[in-house]
Design a protein around this ligand. Structure first.
Ligand code: DQA
Length: 144
């Protein structure tokens, strides 16, 4: 069983998307970092991105049978999606929320997260290193 790392809309554009906010690394670079760090922790990761809310919901539902924990950067859906929250509550796997940027320094509409209601904790503001911190948190939660 692996750890599901889910990335929401527009994160496929990392590298060129508002680099002053999100940095110059691509999502493929972040995936490479995650695989390397997970291996060092004795974990496997299943790293995915979708621009579609329903696809993210379906992947969360499937994780109930296939995965041990979820790391999620729901991107803009963080602030809008009751459906993603409900899916996370339904599967009840250990969940860590990640954001590259510090959402509390930004627009007021980014300060609220539906995902946080289902997460053990949230890491934001550390760029791609947040995914590494999230993997460390998951390893601790799973006590591997
Ligand atoms: C984000 C923050 C969200 O507010 C934004 O909509 C994103 C990315 C982050 O990683 O900083 O797309 O989740």
């Amino acid at each position: 069983p692996s750890v599901l790392i889910l990335n929401g809309p527009n994160l496929n554009m990392l590298g060129t998307r508002q680099p002053e906010v999100y940095g110059r690394e691509t999502l493929a670079d972040i995936e490479t970092l995650c695989h390397a760090h997970a291996a060092a922790l004795g974990l496997r990761v299943d790293f995915r991105q979708s621009n579609h809310e329903g696809e993210l919901v379906t992947w969360i539902q499937q994780a109930r049978l296939e995965q041990r924990a979820i790391i999620i950067n729901a991107a803009a859906y963080t602030h809008t999606s009751v459906a993603i929250l409900d899916a996370l509550l339904a599967v009840a796997l250990p969940t860590v929320e990640v954001h590259l940027s510090n959402i509390h320094q930004r627009d007021a509409f980014r300060h609220h997260s539906y995902v946080s209601k289902a997460a053990k904790g949230m890491i934001c503001g550390f760029g791609s290193h947040g995914y590494i911190l999230a993997l460390d948190a998951v390893a601790r939660l799973l006590a591997v």
